[in-house]
Design a protein around this ligand. Structure first.
Ligand SMILES: N[C@@H](CCC(=O)N[C@@H](CS)C(=O)NCC(=O)O)C(=O)O
Length: 206
């Protein structure tokens, strides 16, 4: 049985839990991080010296970094098309996973923390405004990729959709004005029809 360490309202934990749900894997999830704390203990540092969530335990194998965990679960417990069976498919899935972490997530985190986890009187309006512009640019790029496709790489969900799909939910759930991005919205509606996405990703923003 798998153990996933991490609180449900972490976007990086959500990627992993969505993968666990898509693959139907027996597991337990242990709350850690945020209000639950526990990341500064010596026992957690032995599992994850980076002291972040998520962390995966699969028997005696321990892994951290959410995208690495999603790739591992897809490769070990999944099959094509979720884990693409050709090198180019896997590379393209990895491209979108890395893009989410390096390009989409940083401005989205500023907006999310600013509007959801910071009281109004302590918000940095200029930083939020600038990050909103960064998000809009990144989501426009994503909208372009999704035009004419059901999922990022074509007709089927792959591991590459998981990080970006979690970000799409957050973006569309935030109480903000957004540019109209029809392909992104249609993609999100397709994801919302998947039970594992609804259960693990579509949570109240906290
Ligand atoms: N690159 C890492 C980032 C991990 C990360 O920063 N996790 C956040 C939650 S999203 C965390 O552990 N924050 C501290 C906390 O929850 O107390 C990954 O993708 O796993």
């Amino acid at each position: 049985m798998l153990t996933v360490w991490g609180r449900r309202n972490s976007i990086n934990v959500q990627k992993v839990m969505w993968a666990v749900g898509e693959l139907g894997l027996p597991h337990r999830r242990l709350d850690a991080g945020g209000a639950f704390g526990g990341l500064d203990t010596a026992s957690y540092a032995r599992l994850n010296p980076n002291r972040r969530v998520p962390t995966l335990e699969d028997g005696d194998f321990v892994l951290w970094e959410s995208n690495a965990i999603v790739r591992y679960l897809a490769e070990v417990y999944g099959r094509a098309p979720f884990f693409p069976d050709d090198a180019r498919g896997r590379a393209l899935a990895g491209q979108w996973m890395d893009w989410m972490t390096t390009t989409l997530l940083p401005p989205l985190t500023v907006v999310f923390w600013g509007l959801i986890r910071t009281p109004p009187e302590r918000r940095d309006a200029a930083a939020i405004e600038s990050a909103l512009a960064g998000c809009a640019e990144a989501f426009r790029l994503l909208d372009g990729q999704l035009e004419g496709r059901d999922f990022l790489l074509g007709e089927a969900l792959t591991m590459g959709d998981l990080p970006v799909g979690c970000a799409a939910y957050r973006w569309l759930a935030l109480p903000i004005e957004r540019p109209a991005l029809p392909a992104l919205e249609a993609y999100h509606a397709r994801l919302a029809a998947r039970p594992a996405f609804a259960e693990h990703v579509m949570l109240p923003l906290t």
